[in-house]
Design a protein around this ligand. Structure first.
Ligand code: PMP
Length: 364
């Protein structure tokens, strides 16, 4: 623990790097010499313009985003993107190819069906989403409007190592729970979106990275606020933006750069995940149901004795008392889940591993 702070394994909203919080605290009353907090500034002031431009520049630099892409800070969470993506990118008479890998793609599928023909390109539902569809199981149509996938399945703990190859059809990815955790070749995607509340900062802002030409697919009859085009034109200030959240995203971008960028973070995230999976695999007391090749480095889901709910309850209560918070699995699947996003330190993982060993000794 750092002072009163717990080791935070929450799935989202989730831990934010301590130095970012400290900087925000330092600037809370008087940001950038403006004599006020970022929360109190006009979103159209020069001070805020500087903040949002720096946040965008940070995104572009850390993620190597070219000028062919727009970087947008929107609202409505990742969930609004489930609807905005099909509303903007579907083309007349062309289906949408969906790769179904869990609860979040299910929600996205529901929204696609409202506006277009949905084709299930692959699904791992029969295996309870404990793996991702293999390359040869994914059946893509050459005439699709786009192909959709979720890069990291927050609830089921799977994550693509290699993204599906969609050829000339734009690939769309929900990267809510692993964006900026590793290097990604943005040029392979038509659109990437992510709610901020895991790896980017606080809830309330959604990052959208979109190939600019695709924004032109939308009908002008779509409500303006639902068109990417409007947000591109307005530089994410179509309406009052979530200013404080964007400011924190900017600080997180500075933090990522200061940590050595995505190369360094990816390496650390691999190391963290390996420490934890090794501890799970070391005994029969814990088990991870996810296929090894598809295991997430962000959300580690596991069970005690294949689902001993009594012991899992005890684990959650005792870990919390020991200063390790947020280890309860998602309510839809139960069990345990450690969300170990960028802000989680190697030291935090070691504390969890030590706790797990001690818990096994007492209860195994
Ligand atoms: N996609 C993924 C992968 C998520 O993990 C979540 C939230 N946990 C969402 C979408 C939905 O995000 P929001 O609540 O911001 O709409």
């Amino acid at each position: 623990m750092v002072g009163e702070r717990i080791v935070n394994f929450n799935a989202g909203p989730a831990a934010i790097p301590l130095s970012v919080l400290e900087k925000a605290r330092q600037e809370l009353l008087n940001a950038h010499g403006a004599g006020m907090s970022v929360m109190e500034m006009s979103h159209r002031s020069p001070e805020f313009k500087d903040i949002i431009e720096r946040a965008e520049a940070g995104v572009r630099k850390n993620f190597s985003v070219s000028d062919d892409y727009a970087v947008l800070f929107l609202q409505g969470g990742a969930s609004l993107q489930f609807a905005m993506v099909p509303m903007n990118l579907c083309q007349e008479g062309k289906p949408v190819d969906m790769i179904h890998t869990g609860a979040w793609t299910k929600k996205a599928i529901t929204e696609v069906k409202k506006v277009a023909e949905m084709r299930l390109a692959a699904s791992s539902e029969a295996d309870k989403f404990t793996r991702l569809p293999a390359k040869d199981e994914i059946q893509l149509s050459s005439d699709a409007s786009y192909v959709y996938c979720c890069s990291n399945n927050t609830i089921f703990g799977t994550q693509y190592r290699q993204f599906p190859d969609s050829g000339d059809v734009p690939l769309i990815a929900d990267m809510s729970s692993d964006i900026f955790s590793r290097k990604v070749d943005v040029s392979r995607f038509g659109l990437i979106f992510a709610g901020a509340q895991k790896n980017l900062g606080p809830a309330g802002v959604t990052l959208v990275i979109l190939r600019k030409d695709l924004a032109e697919r939308a009908s002008e009859t779509l409500p303006s606020i639902l068109q990417y085009r409007s947000h591109i034109k307005a530089g994410s200030l179509f309406n009052t933006a979530p200013t404080f959240a964007i400011y924190i995203v900017g600080l997180v971008m500075d933090w990522i750069a200061s940590e050595g960028g995505l190369d360094a973070l990816e390496k650390r995230n691999e190391e963290k995940a390996a420490l934890l999976y090794d501890a799970i695999d070391a005994t029969n007391f814990y088990n991870c149901p996810v296929a090894k090749a598809d295991r997430s480095r962000m959300n580690v889901v596991y069970r005690i004795q294949d689902g001993n709910e009594e012991l899992e309850k005890k684990f959650i209560a005792e870990s919390k008392a020991a200063g390790l918070g947020g280890l309860k699995g998602h309510r839809s699947v139960g069990g345990l889940r450690a969300s170990i996003y960028n802000a989680m330190t190697v030291e935090g993982i070691k504390q969890l591993v030590d706790f797990m060993k001690e818990f096994t000794r007492k209860n195994g």
